[in-house]
Design a protein around this ligand. Structure first.
Ligand SMILES: NC(=O)c1ccc[n+]([C@@H]2O[C@H](COP(=O)([O-])OP(=O)(O)OC[C@H]3O[C@@H](n4cnc5c(N)ncnc54)[C@H](OP(=O)(O)O)[C@@H]3O)[C@@H](O)[C@H]2O)c1
Length: 340
């Protein structure tokens, strides 16, 4: 393949990625997909997933087309579906329209698709290419992919800490470690989550409302581990006591794709110990408590030797006003994103 064709493919897939990001807010529990058709004469039509019950990205892009799709190439971030759900299978539509080539970012691990979309297309004689810009696409789609693969929500732990690694002072006070820009980002993360999980300890000390301030209509459902007062500002919230692995499996079953854990050291440690932390959004403020008696990020006994530490990868680092946000991926998540 010539460099010009590779560049053309990458440009078209980038357009599909941009389209997919528009759908991220409203597509859940469905995947936020972007699709771009490029016609034989270079005409372009793009689309993204509509809210649940609405059209898939491929259909949106087709319906916007003012050119013949016969002989066209489709660039799509996720494998076209092969099953009859609320809408007919996209793979069949592509075959009917006479598309000749389909370039796909990632396979869809959903058991109703899982390679079947590719097979349908190939069996119909369509040329299929898999994996273009896959790392970028799989990172964007990670919450959906993790949910379908592990049948539990993608779990993001938010931590606001001083540079010496404390989430609260010895008296329990933590308002505010970080500045306004970090707190705005936390509100955005809440708005992108389906459930927000905290601990009774945090509710007792801080009495937070844990709403997505600025995104009021998008505040996630709140779950508190342990019992809390009916007067607590976090209400309405569900109290849960029991195995958090089971809780996460039940939430996955209910269709929760993203769970944000915003809690104190005990709950954070429980999630870490059970291997339930996919990503940590660590907001570091340029301040020190200056001693060893503050509340650490994780409670209890940690690794006894440096070789046993919990290792993460830095996915991104972002300046948030005077703070730094590190987005840390678990090693498992990094490998999963790099997978096919
Ligand atoms: N800087 C930050 O990002 C941040 C965020 C949140 C909180 N904080 C700070 O963290 C401090 C509170 O920390 P914390 O460790 O006491 O509270 P926590 O982790 O929020 O809550 C711990 C409590 O949750 C209950 N619980 C129920 N199931 C649990 C499970 N599976 N694992 C762990 N806990 C479970 C227990 O309540 P019972 O005791 O009733 O059994 C436990 O004592 C506060 O000072 C707060 O300001 C800081």
């Amino acid at each position: 393949m010539s460099q010009t064709s590779i560049d053309r493919d990458r440009r078209a897939m980038r357009l599909a990625i941009l389209a997919s990001r528009e759908a991220r807010k409203h597509a859940r529990p469905n995947p936020w997909v972007g699709a771009v058709f490029v016609g034989r004469d270079g005409e372009v039509s793009s689309g993204a997933t509509r809210p649940p019950g609405g059209s898939h990205a491929e259909v949106v892009a087709r319906d916007r087309c003012n050119f013949d799709l016969k002989g066209s190439t489709l660039y799509v971030t996720l494998e076209p579906c092969s099953h009859h759900g609320k809408t007919p299978p996209c793979a069949e539509m592509l075959i009917k329209e006479g598309v000749s080539r389909v370039v796909i970012g990632s396979l869809d691990p959903d058991e109703r698709v899982s390679g079947m979309g590719v097979k349908l297309l190939e069996d119909a004689g369509i040329e299929v290419e898999l994996g273009l810009l896959a790392s970028e696409i799989r990172a964007d789609l990670a919450p959906y992919l993790v949910h379908r693969q592990l049948r539990r929500p993608f779990t993001l732990l938010k931590v606001a800490a001083t540079l010496d690694g404390f989430i609260a002072a010895p008296d329990g006070s933590s308002k505010w470690i970080t500045g306004e820009e970090s707190r705005k980002e936390v509100a955005r993360l809440r708005a992108y989550s389906d459930v927000l999980i905290t601990g009774a300890g945090t509710v007792r000390v801080d009495d937070p409302s844990m709403r997505a301030h600025g995104y009021e209509d998008q505040s996630p459902r709140r779950i508190v581990l342990g019992e809390i007062s009916p007067e607590a500002k976090i209400n309405p919230a569900t109290s849960f006591r029991g195995d958090i692995g089971e809780l996460m499996a039940n939430l996955g079953e209910e269709g929760a794709i993203v769970a944000m854990v915003e809690a104190g050291a005990k709950v954070a440690k429980s999630f870490l110990d059970q291997g339930l932390v996919d990503q940590i959004n660590l907001f570091l403020a340029p301040k020190f408590l200056g001693g060893s008696d503050g509340i650490s990020i994780f409670d209890g006994t940690g690794a006894s030797n440096i070789s046993k530490s919990y290792n993460f990868d830095i996915a991104t680092s972002n300046r948030r006003g005077s703070d730094i946000e590190l987005v840390l991926r678990s090693k498992w998540l990094s490998a999963f994103i790099e997978g096919a």
